[in-house]
Write a protein that binds this ligand. Structure first.
Ligand SMILES: NC(=O)C1=CN([C@@H]2O[C@H](COP(=O)(O)OP(=O)(O)OC[C@H]3O[C@@H](n4cnc5c(N)ncnc54)[C@H](O)[C@@H]3O)[C@@H](O)[C@H]2O)C=CC1
Ligand SMILES: O=C([O-])CC(=O)C(=O)O
Length: 327
């Protein structure tokens, strides 16, 4: 039996976690042979901690063979202690009419404090995945507080956008989802993101040839992927939760799977024209479990370059907005 992985999850009584924790405990994230201990963090508030106890009762009642322990805490030093992975979900979600960047003032502080504590108390091989919005900039804030852990240990999630883009291309082409490959997200998890359709293939042929409608790819396709979160909020009255949890399972699973090629927001993506000190979605290849290299050299035409410049500009502006939280 392998040593259990310690997985810290923040916002553990929230709606994303309610879809996430059961998938981790079932083995979907780390594989069917990998036991886990869940270390669940909530805010020091009676209602939140009581709700967390209820979630823990349900986890017990699933009798998951891989779940070797549960820690419930309102103290980040306890929740992040020796964590191999810290999944930073806990933050305020946006409501109708808001952009994710509107959350920066409220949520940024959370990631500044948690980045510093993870750096102090998490495991030697600690990895951090940020979901709480605005995810790219919150990830940058957390990483900036680390002295021991290098920036590559901190990733932000753009996988939901990749999955949305893949599903939309499959629907438009009228093919099975698995026929769509190599659709990657560049830049911010915001409407400015760029789903780079020129690299994608459908049934082995260039996606643009199969779709045969460049105006749709440049316009409605990019726009629909970019604004899908807002469309879900408009329809559900709440932001995406199950699909976000599913995307985080994919994000971490693929980062633990050598050879996997997938979109992840990381720093140092200057090969594509991003400022080196912002966290931007790019395609990466997982090298060893938890580590990756940026896949460089995908050709970009003028349209792609202008989209990347715009999303980089937004990330740089968000960085400037939180300057006082960095370092
Ligand atoms: N990156 C992405 O693709 C996506 C990101 N999100 C973001 O994920 C975040 C969470 O969303 P939901 O689960 O729907 O929200 P929610 O409001 O249902 O749950 C958030 C939970 O976090 C807790 N929390 C707040 N501050 C905390 C802290 N400092 N430490 C620990 N826990 C804390 C709250 O008490 C609450 O239980 C939001 O910021 C949302 O915008 C949502 C969907 C997709
Ligand atoms: O749109 C939101 O606020 C939640 C989110 O990040 C998404 O669904 O992509």
């Amino acid at each position: 039996m392998k040593t259990p992985l310690r997985v810290a999850v923040t916002g553990a009584a929230g709606q994303i976690s309610y879809s996430l924790l059961f998938r981790i405990a079932s083995g979907a994230m780390f594989g069917p042979g990998q036991p886990v201990i869940l270390q669940l963090l909530e805010i020091p508030n009676e209602k939140a901690m009581k709700a967390l106890e209820g979630v823990a009762m349900e986890l017990d009642d699933c009798a998951f063979p891989l779940l070797k322990g549960l820690v419930l805490s309102d103290d980040p030093r306890v929740a992040f202690k020796d964590a191999n992975w810290s999944l930073l979900v806990g933050a305020k979600p946006r409501g109708p009419g808001m952009e994710r960047a509107d959350l920066l003032k409220d949520n940024g502080k959370i990631f500044s404090a948690q980045g510093a504590i993870i750096d102090e108390v998490a495991a030697e091989d600690a990895r951090v995945a940020v979901v709480g919005n605005p995810a790219n900039t919150n990830c940058m804030i957390a990483a900036s507080k680390a002295r021991r852990l290098t920036p590559d240990r901190f990733t932000a999630m753009v996988r939901l956008d990749q999955n949305r883009a893949q599903a939309l291309l499959a629907k438009k082409a009228g093919v099975d989802l698995t026929a769509v490959r190599d659709i990657f997200i560049y830049g911010n998890h915001s409407p400015s993101m760029f789903p780079a359709f020129a690299q994608a293939t459908i049934g082995g042929a260039p996606a643009a040839e199969v779709i045969g409608d460049d105006a749709w790819l440049r316009g409605p396709f990019c726009e629909t992927v970019g604004k899908r979160g807002a469309a879900i909020i408009a329809a559900r009255g709440l932001s995406s939760a199950a699909s976000a949890a599913n995307a985080l399972v994919d994000h971490v699973h693929d980062l633990m799977t050598p050879g996997a090629v997938h979109s992840v927001a990381v720093s140092g993506a200057s090969a594509y024209g991003f400022d080196a000190n912002v966290w931007a979605g790019v395609p990466v290849r997982t090298t060893t479990p938890g580590s990756y290299e940026i896949i460089e050299g995908h050709p970009m035409d003028d349209f792609a370059r202008s989209k990347i410049a715009a999303t980089n500009q937004e990330l740089a502006e968000e960085r400037a907005m939180v300057a006082e939280l960095l370092g």
